[in-house]
Design a protein around this ligand. Structure first.
Ligand code: HEM
Length: 366
């Protein structure tokens, strides 16, 4: 920082006096204090600072998705921001290694001072979950008590208003629904896809039936495996089948958004779909990094607390384990892989469609 302008000094700019004076162990003063409590406070504060940065990035991504038209430049910005979020999440997962240097005995030296405080009361963590799309109806409830009862005043108001606002999941779904390439220039994606999928499945079944290397039992098993996959393909072929799965909560992504996500993945090498496919990949990565954090956190809790209940009053590891899978949000995007077919089967795009999916300069050099 500049020495000439003391108002922009490193210490002032970063408000270090505030941050570095915000650690106040409650287990005692000086030698009386439990040694690891300082560490416990600092690691939580570090997490909260990173949560703040993640929220800042996700908020900006959501603002960009709220725009009526999202061009390639905007998608480029969105991709670079979500990639940053994923790198931060990796650090947050790794930080559990540091947390695990605190043993159960070290923690017990001061744990009794903490109750009823708990990570369960992290306002930023709840805010992030809500912004991504984890609404109360989809949560694993702790003791039948809504989680927002932990907050009061402006914080509670903010949480409740996020419950009613469009989440990143919703905004991405709406964006996918707006993508215009499903029917164009006489190219009907679903129609072509259905033809090649049936061709592919018939061929696979035939080669199993004719295989001299498989027993009749193996043949029946493999054919059953192929047939069981058909239910997922049928959701693409027929919107009513998808709707039924949606009503039964087997999927939460709309029909049109599912088709677009599939098209983006199938034709991800087309220039205009390259960044959207990178974004979808990062969205799944984000979901998986958070799930990995939840999993590492619960394993750490198992080592530190065993079967003891949490200071927030939950069953501890029992409650946390349930959230690992149940609180994932972008599983339907990850599950597009069920619908993927090899490049050799992907319906060929007519020249006019390819031109529209390519950047303008592509054809000039042909
Ligand atoms: C010794 C270290 C830790 C222990 C033993 C521990 C234990 C627990 C327990 C038992 C819960 C369940 C709620 C309850 O009954 O309290 C919980 C929730 C939570 N903890 Fe930790 N935790 C530790 C460190 C951390 C750290 C460093 C963070 C970082 C911010 C954190 C964030 C959270 C969050 C966000 C929840 C809510 C999870 C949810 O409801 O999905 N915890 N923790």
């Amino acid at each position: 920082m500049s020495e000439k302008n003391p108002s922009v000094h490193y210490i002032n700019y970063l408000e270090l006096d505030k941050i570095l004076n915000a650690q106040h162990p409650i287990s005692g003063d000086g030698k009386e204090a439990a040694h690891d409590e300082m560490f416990f406070i600092i690691i939580h504060q570090t997490y909260e600072l990173w949560f703040k940065q993640i929220i800042h990035e996700i908020e900006s991504i959501m603002d960009l998705f709220k725009e009526e038209k999202i061009n390639e430049d905007t998608i480029g910005v969105i991709v670079s921001r979500i990639e940053r979020v994923n790198k931060i999440l990796k650090v947050l997962v790794q930080q559990i290694d540091v947390l695990e240097t605190m043993t159960s005995a070290d923690f017990l030296d001061f744990r009794h001072h903490l109750s009823p405080a708990s990570g369960f009361q992290s306002h930023q963590f709840r805010k992030l979950e809500l912004m991504l799309g984890l609404k109360i109806k989809d949560r694993h409830q702790l003791g039948g008590c809504p989680y927002h009862n932990e907050f009061e005043g402006a914080k509670k108001k903010e949480i409740l208003s996020l419950e009613d606002s469009d989440s990143l999941f919703k905004l991405v779904e709406k964006w996918l629904e707006r993508i215009p390439f499903l029917k164009m220039e006489g190219f009907d994606f679903v129609d072509k896809y259905e033809t090649v999928v049936n061709e592919m499945m018939n061929k696979e079944c035939l080669s199993i039936k004719e295989s001299p290397l498989l027993s009749e039992q193996d043949k029946a098993l493999r054919i059953r495996m192929i047939e069981e996959n058909r239910i997922y393909f049928e959701r693409v072929f027929d919107e009513r089948v998808h709707q039924k799965a949606f009503d039964n909560a087997e999927t939460s992504l709309s029909y049109k958004a599912t088709l677009s996500a599939l098209l983006i993945n199938l034709y991800r090498e087309q220039p205009i779909l390259h960044l959207p496919s990178k974004f979808l990949k990062n969205l799944v990565e984000l979901d998986h990094q958070i799930a990995t954090w939840r999993f590492r956190h619960v394993q750490m809790v198992e080592k530190t607390l065993g079967q003891k209940i949490g200071t927030g009053g939950s069953s501890g590891q029992g409650y946390l384990k349930k959230t690992v899978d149940q609180h994932k949000l972008f599983t339907d995007i990850a599950n597009i892989s069920t619908l993927m077919i090899s490049r050799s089967y992907a319906p060929e795009l007519p020249k006019k469609v390819r031109e529209q999916l390519g950047f303008n300069f592509t054809d000039k050099w042909k």
